[in-house]
Design a protein around this ligand. Structure first.
Ligand code: RIB
Ligand code: CA
Length: 315
């Protein structure tokens, strides 16, 4: 149970290689009290991402982590996965242990609501997958809005997309959910591709990861190599962007990112632009800012946070 110096966090994710690093950072960083991990269909089907979340917690020795499964499809019923990046299991690249921790009896939204009610302090919701569970929570339990400190999400982009030319994956999979969150009026921090494409796993990162030594870093390196190979093949990027832990780092150490307060909307109707986040960086629309958007990353500080977390868990 965290003390007043820690930030209570609910992490909703779709593991996914980069979600895995987000889970590890959230679990290990002393400034974060990870209340639970919830899963949402995204990088893989719900069953796959949920199994991966349980396996990651098992691999890292996070035996006390509460894991609950959420939505198996987007609000509009759509299902869109990313096997080209994460593989058929949604976490290809290394043998993972059979999950040794149980899946919660409650579904994700029920668990999130209960933890919001029980927390002594307002809770930060971190989301690194499609926002389906978060939007469902906001719709189902408007009475709990006051228990939410803010929503910090990896998603969207002020520029180009990675799933269509203009749409980033998490928002593209469930644009209606992203729209609910963006219109919620809650404090939002968006960590989009603008900042997460600065979190590149360059060769030095692999060297430092290997130097930690032990089974966990070795497995993480194999998984990261698979992810890197996919990024090279699909996007021609020699060093893969490790998107999701940027959102967690921004909670643990806010100065790791530089942000702007701007108006962000999401396109729901465009034949060619559905799922695009429209980020009014130059305030040309006159719309009031509804989100803080991270635009710059202190890369050295970020990788120190991430690798320190892995070192802590590898002990
Ligand atoms: O666009 C990148 C995001 O989509 C990351 O969260 C990745 O895990 C996928 O969910
Ligand atoms: Ca993700």
């Amino acid at each position: 149970m965290g003390d007043s110096a820690t930030v209570p966090v609910l992490l909703d994710c779709d593991p996914g290689h980069d979600d895995m690093f987000a889970i590890l950072l959230a679990a290990a960083h002393p400034a974060i009290d990870l209340l639970a991990v919830t899963t949402v269909a995204g990088n893989g089907p719900l069953e796959a991402v949920t199994r991966n979340a349980l396996a990651i917690c098992t691999l890292a020795g996070l035996d006390g982590t509460v894991v609950a499964a959420g939505a198996d499809r987007a609000l509009n019923g759509g299902r869109h996965t990313a096997p080209g990046i994460h593989g058929e299991s949604a976490l290809d690249g290394a043998a993972l242990p059979d999950p040794a921790i149980p899946l919660a009896d409650e579904d994700a939204v029920t668990l999130m609501a209960r933890l919001l009610e029980e927390s002594e302090r307002p809770v930060t919701i971190a989301a690194t997958g499609p926002l389906t569970n978060v939007a469902t929570l906001l719709d189902a339990r408007p009475d709990l809005r006051g228990r939410i400190e803010r929503i910090v999400f990896m998603g969207g982009s002020a520029g180009r997309g990675n799933t269509t030319p203009v749409a980033e994956f998490n928002v593209y999979v469930d644009p209606e959910a992203a729209d609910r969150v963006l219109r919620s009026g809650l404090p939002l921090l968006m960590c989009g591709l603008d900042v997460t494409h600065q979190a590149l796993a360059v060769p030095e990162v692999f060297r430092r990861l290997r130097a930690i030594g032990g089974a966990l870093p070795s497995t993480l390196e194999a998984l990261l190599r698979f992810y890197g190979g996919a990024y090279e093949k699909v996007f021609g990027m020699p060093d893969p962007p490790v998107h999701d832990p940027v959102a967690i780092a921004a909670i643990a150490d806010p100065d790791v990112v530089a942000c702007v307060d701007v108006a962000v909307t999401v396109e729901l109707k465009g034949e060619h632009t559905r799922g695009a986040t429209v980020v009014d960086l130059h305030r040309v629309t006159g719309a009031e800012p509804n989100a803080r958007v991270a635009m710059e990353l202190d890369r050295g500080r970020f990788w120190d946070l991430m690798l320190d977390a892995i070192t802590t868990l590898a002990r």
